[in-house]
Write a protein that binds this ligand. Structure first.
Ligand code: PAF
Length: 295
């Protein structure tokens, strides 16, 4: 076997499921000492093609990939879906079986939050608007768990989906502000053939709601069309998105905006990289979607 062959053989084996954070940290350090590049894909499980695309991106760039699966209680509000959030470990492991993943890290809640846990990360400024306003405490839970994952799985690179656009910015700022030496990669949104952004929460939708949910994608398409037509004033764009959502019988809208893609402050004119952001309820299910707008 050449060194390349043995590496290939090693990574074609099934992933090792690790529940102990210390064991994972040791295993990763061992590989890093051998010069291997480590990629981390943090997830809450209920894996779909969007997650698998993150794993593929990680495999492309890294020698060893670790996927974490942990439904993080601290990022759910008291009225949110923590209890009913899908927990599908068996099918998640099946989905990862052919994906060249080295470790699947599945910590217990008590391991991540032992008795007496009381230290939280204060999220950066970019966490304040939009999701930050609608889901109080959400980003505090996200940055806290992500920092813990970065410490337990000391990777070179971590992969996140653009679907949670604000989360991505929040994690980038946290990593920069706290000198965390993990590169953050943004990976494209993966959509169903009809355009619905893939999400673990899509499984909550019944058939009628599944159809209505397309309103989010169509609203974003409306804006993309306006940009292609040369529109630069964002007021009409926001109105058009709202109308598309209402026409799709989506009436409970948390926010619809065009914002600066770095600061997330709303903008009046498209004169820099911007992002169209939507959060709305379809039935009882809260969905988010976005698209980048370049002029
Ligand atoms: O995007 C998610 O699935 C979660 O917010 C994350 C990043 C795994 C933290 O729990």
């Amino acid at each position: 076997l050449t060194p390349d062959d043995s590496l290939r053989q090693e990574i074609s084996n099934n992933a090792r499921v690790i529940t102990d954070g210390e064991a994972l940290r040791k295993a990763i350090h061992q590989e890093r000492r051998k010069g291997r590049r480590i990629g981390l894909v943090p997830t809450m499980g209920a894996l779909h093609e969007g997650h698998l695309s993150l794993v593929r991106a990680a495999r492309k760039e890294c020698d060893c990939v670790v996927v974490s699966i942990f439904v993080n209680p601290t990022q759910f509000g008291p009225q949110e879906d923590f209890r009913k959030y899908p927990r599908t470990l068996e099918s998640d492991l099946e989905a990862l079986a052919g994906a060249d993943v080295r470790w699947v890290f599945v910590p217990s809640a008590t391991q991540m939050y032992p008795e007496g846990f009381s230290t939280y990360v204060q999220p950066p400024k970019v966490a304040s608007p939009w999701e930050g306003e609608c889901r109080s405490g959400h980003f505090r839970g996200v940055v806290t768990v992500v920092l813990k994952l970065f410490l337990l799985a000391p990777a070179d690179v971590a992969f996140f989906g653009q679907k949670d656009f604000q989360q991505l910015l929040v994690i980038q700022h946290m990593a920069r502000d706290l000198n965390v030496s993990v590169d953050i990669r943004r990976c494209p949104i993966v959509r169903e053939p009809d355009g619905l952004a893939m999400s673990s929460r899509n499984r909550y939708l019944n058939n009628v709601e599944r159809q209505r949910a397309l309103g989010l994608f169509h609203a974003l398409q409306t804006v993309e069309q306006q940009v292609a037509d040369g529109v630069r004033d964002t007021r009409g764009m926001v109105e058009a998105m709202q109308k598309t959502l209402t026409d799709a019988e989506i009436s409970r809208i948390d926010y619809v905006t065009i914002a600066d893609a770095e600061t997330l402050e709303p903008i009046q004119r498209l004169d820099r990289e911007a992002v169209a952001l939507i959060a709305a309820f379809v039935g009882k299910t809260r969905l988010i979607d976005n698209c980048l707008l370049n002029v």
